[in-house]
Write a protein that binds this ligand. Structure first.
Ligand code: ADP
Length: 572
């Protein structure tokens, strides 16, 4: 790094290749901080030394020659350059015997803080096990831990597990009593001389361990440990960058410790029944996952919400563009994308209701199966009754299947419009089924009135269903805060002329301000805190694609009515 009035230059040397997440994450944090602090008035270079794949001295010599040649024309860089090292502890640095003018941003892997975190989470623990491997580094780590933990380990029956093979570590760890705390240092080598990535060894041990394992490395998280006091990549990167900035400003720099953070793996807390309330203040929980239904549905909803949010602006622009555009296929393609976004959002919004609907047949199948099991255990089982139960189970299975295929239809993505001739009444009925659960939840009474004859239209049925869903969810929203004796949603179909069918959706909600009636279909108009203002514009785009018209009005008795007119299919 060069000091003076030129733009400072910083070369980041990565010990391994670009795939090693730990170093690249720290490197990114360094870059970000440096760019930010200097308002990008800095020249950054990176080199990857690839030492894990080419550890031999020859390669190191070659790299050194190559790098000095490469940066030779920046001689001033070499002359006054300050060297900052990072990523290991001051303790390791002492062992490495670094040159005096090299400054370190050290990470102290603090086993005592990690042990204290364990004590907080397991106040009832009586045993303490400390695991360390057989390499030189592992052994010196063990020696240091012995000294550091001298006071802490007095409260426990303490055992150092060392000089073991990986199989022995695994076996012993599996047999420790449940009221134990296991601290993992590093296992770079086991007694047989086999080499390990420490976290891989820890993972193997943790899989069958009899008690929770803790470790002082961020890289152990997601490898079966509960957590520990660690230096995060961000914290390390920031410390290095701060040292570099001081050096660039011409100030003297000296060794620094990167601040530590408590990190816990929420899945491990759950696995061991440890309460997050007992985590130290400021601890970060990773992998915090919701319960089954939340996981199943909310995860989907969340993903969909993100998609919709990102899609909102694009979708709005696309719809507007489509309306002005003449190029048919292009615009059709865009319409399909937009409608798909809209479908996904609807599926997200209705997911709780769909889950509820799915639960009903599943619950029935379960109780029927239980009943059959009881009957079969009786002395003379009534086979006829069992036959009847099996028929019921098949029916419920079909119901569950129907629910799932409705969701599928809702989420299906198309590259072409799927033109079909279908009965509008039938699509209306199927849309009502999707909405039923949500309507019940909101105490909305849904009724429908259909013509007795079929009303064939030619369109993509999923699109028409989407129009109905958009209008019906809007209607339910409009009735949300209205205090009426009854929240009613009425879906009607009828034949208006010889060649036209009409579908109308009316509600007993708050109606639409008169001055808004004409412009309510414009994109982005919304009165809802989380609305997108796209539902109606998408509905209009769909209806117009199939040669139809959509309009809004207020009902004399209060509430709104939306009418969709579509051409009757030729053979109808
Ligand atoms: P969003 O539902 O995201 O707001 P829409 O385009 O579907 O977007 O609706 C736009 C706006 O039209 C709504 O915010 C609401 O103010 C109004 N609106 C739609 N349907 C009704 C209705 N049935 N009754 C009253 N207002 C409605």
């Amino acid at each position: 790094m060069k000091t003076g009035d030129h733009v400072p230059r910083v070369l980041i040397l990565y010990p391994y290749d670009e795939r090693l997440a730990a170093t690249t994450a720290a490197g990114e944090a360094i870059r970000t901080r440096l760019l930010q602090a200097t308002k990008a008035r800095i020249d950054l270079f990176s080199e990857f030394l690839d030492l894990s794949r080419f550890p031999e001295a020859e390669h190191i010599g070659r790299m050194a020659r190559y790098l000095s040649a490469k940066y030779a024309d920046r001689r001033e860089l070499a002359a006054s350059a300050k060297v900052i090292v990072a990523g290991f502890s001051s303790f390791t640095a002492e062992e490495m015997d670094l040159p005096n003018d090299v400054v370190g941003a050290f990470s102290d892997f603090d086993i005592v803080k990690t042990a204290e975190m364990a004590r907080g989470l397991q106040p009832e623990a009586r045993h303490l096990f400390i695991i360390g491997g057989s390499s030189e580094f592992d052994r010196s780590w063990l020696a240091r831990a012995r000294a550091d933990l001298a006071a802490f380990s007095k409260d426990y029956e303490t055992t150092y597990l060392e000089d073991l093979t990986i199989e022995e570590f695994t076996k012993v760890a599996a047999e420790v009593p449940r009221d134990s705390i296991i601290l993992a240092l590093t296992i770079l080598k086991d007694r047989d001389g086999r080499n390990f990535m420490p976290r891989e060894a820890v993972k193997q041990i943790a899989e069958t361990a009899g008690a929770p394992i803790y470790g002082p490395y961020l890289t152990y998280i997601d490898y079966g440990v509960v957590g520990g006091s660690v230096v995060t990549f961000e914290s390390l990167g920031k410390t290095v960058a701060d040292l570099a900035l001081e050096a660039v400003a011409g100030k003297p720099i000296s060794n620094l410790e990167s601040p530590q953070t408590y990190v816990a793996d929420a899945r491990q807390l759950e696995r061991w029944g440890l309460s997050e309330k007992n985590l130290p203040a400021g601890a970060i929980q990773m992998f915090k996952e919701p319960t089954f239904w939340e996981q199943y549905w909310l995860a989907a909803v969340f993903a969909l919400a993100v998609i919709t949010f990102q899609g909102t602006v694009i979708a709005g622009l696309l719809i507007e563009r489509r309306r002005r555009q003449a190029a048919e296929t292009e615009s059709r393609h865009r319409l399909l994308e937009v409608v798909h976004l809209n479908q996904s959002a609807t599926a997200g919004a209705l997911s709780a209701s769909i889950a509820h609907e799915l639960n009903q047949p599943l619950g029935a199948i379960r109780s029927n199966a239980e009943a059959a099991a009881v009957i079969l255990r009786s002395e003379r089982p009534d086979l006829e009754l069992i036959g009847q139960i099996l028929v019921d189970i098949q029916d419920d299975d079909q119901r569950a299947h129907d629910v799932i295929s409705r969701i599928r239809g809702l989420l299906k993505k198309r590259s072409e419009i799927d033109w079909q001739e279908f009965d509008l009444n039938e699509v209306a009925t199927s849309a009502i089924r999707i909405l039923r659960g949500e309507a019940e939840r909101r105490s909305v009474v849904v009724s429908s009135s259909h013509t007795s004859r079929e009303l064939p239209v030619r369109a993509d049925r999923v699109h028409v269903q989407q129009v109905i869903l958009n209008l019906a969810t809007n209607a339910m929203d409009a009735m949300l805060e209205v205090i009426t004796t009854e929240k009613r949603l009425l879906l009607e179909t009828r034949l208006t002329t010889e060649s036209q069918v009409e579908l109308s959706i009316s509600d007993t909600g708050r109606g639409i301000p008169d001055e808004r009636l004409a412009s309510i279909f414009e994109p982005f108009y919304t009165t809802k805190p989380h609305g997108t203002g796209l539902g109606l514009s998408i509905a209009r785009a769909i209806v117009e694609t199939y040669g139809g018209k959509i309009s809004a009005a207020n009902r004399p008795g209060g509430g709104a009515v939306f009418r969709v007119v579509l051409p009757l299919a030729r053979n109808g």
